[in-house]
Write a protein that binds this ligand. Structure first.
Ligand code: OFO
Length: 167
């Protein structure tokens, strides 16, 4: 059974994963409209994965005798300046998520909730991968600079890339 405090914090994390999913969905839609089909496919997959992260938390809260709560959906931005801005914002967002996961892990230790602590280890590893991949992609974009051919190849590579970087 989880404590009310941990239940509240897990519900905040559910809201955060939902925000991630919405945010990346908006990015995917912008990329699709802007002719970046590979970037768009990657971000649609990323958005789906964030929804899976949210579902995993919902099920955990329910299984541990808590009550999961779904947040209201926030309206994400519609337009982005360019692909660089998309990935800069994505990295910034992932760093924020990692910080929140770390705080949650700290709270589990303080509350001696080792079950939730153990469950959250999956999220800790996932965040390392997601941040790593976002940084790699930004490095590539910086190398490409304004080169159109480079951008074409970047977009093509993302068509099949998996958002946690297992590819
Ligand atoms: Fe849920 O991993 Fe990104 O935010």
């Amino acid at each position: 059974m989880i404590s009310k405090k941990i239940e509240k914090l897990l519900n905040q994390q559910i809201a955060m994963e939902s925000d991630s999913s919405q945010f990346y969905l908006a990015m995917a839609s912008w990329a699709e409209r802007s002719g970046y089909n590979g970037v768009s496919a990657f971000l649609y997959r990323h958005s789906d994965e964030e929804r899976q992260h949210m579902l995993k938390l919902i099920k955990f809260v329910n299984e541990r005798g808590g009550v999961s709560q779904l947040p209201a959906l926030k309206s994400p931005p519609v337009n982005f300046k360019n692909v660089n801005e998309v990935f800069e914002q994505l990295l910034k967002h992932e760093v924020k998520v990692s910080n929140e996961i770390n705080k949650l892990v700290d709270n589990c230790l303080a509350e001696k909730d080792y079950t939730t602590h153990n469950f959250l280890q999956w999220y800790v590893s996932e965040q390392i991968e997601e941040e790593r991949l976002a940084r790699n992609l930004l490095d590539k974009l910086n190398l490409i600079g304004g080169d159109k051919g480079g951008m074409y190849l970047f977009d093509r590579d993302l068509e099949t890339m998996i958002p946690e970087g297992e590819n």
